[in-house]
Design a binder for this molecule. Structure first.
Ligand code: AMP
Ligand code: GLY
Length: 425
């Protein structure tokens, strides 16, 4: 099978690494890829959003399966375009990619199918939004409707902050058209966790639960990022809670969509808040999480290419995922300035020292290969490690990081601490 992975982050290196292990994959491409994907696949210089060129490439190279990493091409309809040409592609169609592309679309579906989520109201004028919040109590959450690179959600601790958030999105138009409409949501309390599942329109096959670390600094301080590290499984989610999540969230959504003849295929990522053992949906993503994937796939024993094909062919009920029972923990190494403007072109040293380490995996994100490996993005590398306990996985990952250096490299020192605390509780 000839497979194309679209994207250039740590998630895509991890997907490509796992797909390369599949006996059915003869040739693997990654577009545009990064320094790491070049080690397991052939990088093709086409941007992840250049759907015309990607389609041309897939047709001319007779690609049997295309795997879309990031949300943007999905939201822009890459799946519909490939399918129209008879090509197999893993991901939801444009209509359903709106579960991530439009928070209003997602919230209205949640409401329609009685799926637990925070109460909300939609506004298309700053004035009406401000009048509404005067009657509400803080904290409140203000969200731009559209994609805003993970920055369109502002948790406001006071009404004054909420007014500022409305101004930022609707008056100063910080996120452009993504902020034409906003949602104002009640603030939920609890522990965040994500459940990512394969869905073929009918069967739901969850991956092991994972926990991201969104804030830039230790102890969840500072601004939100794409994610600074993750671990799986998340001890918070036992079998009982997983069953509740599937029964109260995934099933009603997929069955509701089916009743409207909308067939969801691909990955659905539910960002959840768990309060008093009950899950509430914070957000949906229509693709694998980054860095969650780098903490999940090293545990997967099953053949990823086969599972993806079964998802596309609507045969997921034949699949039972097999897992390594150990914990996996992944730490992001970032470049100075991230999540704001960051520096690039810094040489990465020490990668060669990690090659032989057992159960330690390096997934590249913002890297490029030249005379050596150089930084080219904000999140640069992910160091993942497997261990019998979270502590062991944590120790292995941080020990390996000790060998890596680039100018102004930084990373969170507390990835996994939350799991250690909840395990001790
Ligand atoms: P989202 O992109 O919608 O997941 O929002 C990003 C982050 O904002 C989430 O991971 C939560 O930490 C926080 N958040 C979003 N919605 C809420 C809510 N209703 N209550 C509390 N926190 C929220
Ligand atoms: N790590 C969060 C995300 O992938 O959206």
């Amino acid at each position: 099978m000839r497979v194309l992975v679209i994207g250039s982050g740590g998630r895509e290196h991890c997907l490509a690494w796992k797909l390369a292990q599949s006996p059915s994959v003869d040739k693997l491409y990654c577009a545009p890829g990064n320094g790491g994907t070049g080690l397991v696949a052939e990088n093709i210089d086409i941007a992840a959003t250049d759907i015309d060129k990607l389609l041309e490439f897939a047709l001319s190279q007779k690609i049997d399966l295309t795997v879309v990493g990031p949300e943007l091409p999905l939201v822009e309809g890459i799946v519909d375009r490939f399918k129209a040409k008879g090509l197999k592609i893993f991901g939801p169609v444009k209509d359903l990619a709106r579960l991530e592309g439009s928070k209003i679309f997602a919230k209205e579906l949640l409401q329609k199918y009685g799926i637990p989520t925070a109460d909300f109201k939609v506004f298309d004028s700053a004035e009406a939004a401000k009048t509404y919040i005067q009657k509400k109590q803080a904290p409140l959450v203000v969200k731009a409707d559209g994609l805003a690179a993970g920055k369109g959600v502002i948790v406001c601790l006071t009404i004054k902050e909420a007014v500022e958030a409305i101004d930022l999105i609707m008056v100063r138009k910080e996120f452009g058209a993504a902020g034409r409409q906003i949602i104002i949501e009640d603030c939920l309390k609890g522990e965040e966790v994500s459940i990512i599942a394969f869905i073929d329109g009918e069967t739901i096959v969850p991956l092991v639960a994972s926990q991201d670390h969104k804030r830039i600094f230790d102890a969840d301080q500072g601004p939100n990022t794409g994610g600074m590290g993750a671990y799986s499984p998340a001890p918070l989610i036992g079998q009982k809670l997983l069953t509740i999540i599937i029964d109260k969230i995934f099933k009603p959504l997929i069955e509701g969509l089916n009743s409207e003849e909308r067939i969801y295929q691909g990955i659905l990522y539910a960002g959840l808040m768990i309060e008093n053992d009950q899950p509430y949906v914070l957000e949906f993503n229509v693709r694998f999480g980054d860095p969650e994937t780098q903490a999940i796939l090293p545990k997967l024993k099953s053949d990823l290419a086969e599972v993806m094909l079964k998802t596309v062919d609507r045969k997921l009920k034949e699949v039972v995922l097999e897992w390594d029972q150990r914990f996996c923990l992944s730490v992001v190494l970032a470049s100075g300035g991230y999540p704001g403007d960051y520096q690039k072109n810094k040489e990465i040293k020490g990668l060669d020292k990690l090659g032989g380490l057992k159960d330690v995996f390096v997934f590249h994100a913002g890297t490029k290969k030249d005379t050596g490996f150089f930084t080219s993005g904000g999140r640069v590398l992910n160091i993942s490690a497997l261990g019998d306990t979270i502590k062991e996985a944590q120790n292995k990952a941080y020990k390996a990081i000790g060998d890596i250096q680039f100018e102004n490299m930084f990373y969170r020192k507390d990835i996994g601490d939350k799991a250690l605390k909840s395990a001790a509780a």
